[in-house]
Design a protein. Sequence first.
Length: 104
Amino acid sequence: MKNAPCTTNEATKDLPSGSYGIGSRTTELRKLGVIYERCVRKCKETGRNVIEWDLTDKLPKDVKLSSNTKQQRAAKAIDALKELHRDKDNRDKWNELAYLIKAI
């Protein structure tokens, strides 16, 4: 919050070096309405032209966090795929499988 508006690399520069993947949260935060794309500019950290993000006043409420591990989510998607193989004409199941794979 103290760095906004900023790029993803500028926002995460002070995090421990093992914090890989934290930048991918920007998509999730944008979908929740917490941040928005302000402009494209040169990043102070990388020197590349990237998106500058800024905060909104819409902090997320009632965010449902998954308690399943990645391995559990993958197993659930594989089970859904096996079920689809048995019932190829079920469109709802295909949509459910797509959602499960996206959640991995």
